[in-house]
Design a protein around this ligand. Sequence first.
Ligand code: ZN
Length: 293
Amino acid sequence: MWRLAGTSALRRLERLGWNPVRHPDRASGRMGDMTEIDGMGTERALCVLAENPSAMTLDGTNTWVIAEPDADEAVIVDPGPKDAKHLKRVLDTVEAQGRRIGLILLTHGHPDHSAGAGKLAGMAGGKVKVRALDPRHRLGDEGLSEGDVVTTGGLELRIMETPGHSHDSLTFWLPADGAVLTGDTVLGYGTTVLEGKLGDYLSSLERLRKFAADTEAATILPGHGPKLDDPIAALDYYLDHRRERLAQVEAAVAAGARTAREVVERVYADVDKSLWPAAEQSVQAQLDYLNGR
Ligand SMILES: [Zn+2]
């Protein structure tokens, strides 16, 4: 079993049956310190935790403030929900560093990451742009897609498209710190819910696994939960988990389950029913994958 720091948030999720991270062969799998999500980071990236905890958002949304050591501009990744108190904290954090917000980026368009973007841009003086893959979430005319390199304030952030959690999910690579910002594609604990295609998601995870190995990435900075200082172990766990679930779904179908709901009733029997609708969505993605859609 992965040794997790036992915070109340995790215990709560475990009571809910929220895929607690269990793996008998991975005692060495290191997870971040659950109690220090707010304020965690790397040399260039700092987490400001939003106060929107839930079964789906874990401890809350991680808003990342990223800047080169000598820069007067910072980049914000995922402003979080439209919560004035949180957005003020983000702005205060940047100003306390002696900087201003130069640009806002979104890992994807889900409201717990994106809803506060417009308001934060306004609070920062109104000239700040929001860049995202999905045009509906942009402010200004600049998009964000595969191969883009963001250089605001002298930073180097490289953009990868990693669909699966959502159609518009991006991953950002901060080479100077060896850090991979994964949004909801990889979380600090538990596993993510799929809205997009499972085939896309598996490809994204395999790509990130290879990327982390090739670059010897030091840390994953996720959209929720603690940072992960063993990216390869985390990605292997995610890939194993998906393959296990897929095998379970295949077995349920072989045993006669016909709909996503019927599969959930068999495969997620031990999981709290409040999470069944989310599970049903994931199962539907798996059924589509098995059916070649
Ligand atoms: Zn999301």
